[in-house]
Design a protein around this ligand. Structure first.
Ligand code: ZN
Length: 141
């Protein structure tokens, strides 16, 4: 298996993007790329560019959001690390065959039209990893 291309983003769970943003924009001087609502995850996301990676702030849209459950259980803080890869589907197949625990066995739609999938945190000592494939890297589009 080839290594992922880079860290696509680090996801940080917050109660309020509005409250969290000034630290990143004013104190760190990062550029806000935009905000987006991902209905499938019941989450609002804000992306900030940092070098070739991003910080992704995640705010729950409802109590049904996985982010709401995370905040309740563990409070605000680092939620996941996303890896930029070229072929989510193929990787998931490899991981599944290797017996690595997965949350998603097939890719789903994420922010910025990416194809994403989460590995189960018990695969990596409690760290939640996301695989992220952006459309411009897809070979079948
Ligand atoms: Zn993410």
């Amino acid at each position: 298996m080839t290594a992922p291309n880079k860290i696509a983003h680090i996801g940080i769970a917050v109660k309020s993007i509005e409250d969290a943003l000034p630290f990143y924009t004013e104190h760190l001087g990062l550029a806000l790329l935009g905000t987006e609502e991902v209905q499938s995850e019941q989450v609002k996301v804000a992306f900030l560019q940092i070098g070739e990676s991003r910080i992704e702030l995640l705010e729950p849209l409802s109590s049904a959001s996985p982010i709401a459950a995370f905040l309740e259980k563990r409070g605000e803080g680092i939620h996941h690390i996303a890896l930029d890869v070229d072929d989510v589907r193929e990787r998931l197949q490899h991981l599944k065959e290797a017996g690595v625990p997965l949350i998603h066995e097939t890719p789903k739609a994420g922010a910025h039209n990416a194809q994403i999938a989460f590995l189960h945190p018990k695969a990596a000592k409690g760290v939640l990893y996301e695989l992220c494939q952006y459309p411009d890297q897809s070979h079948d589009e």
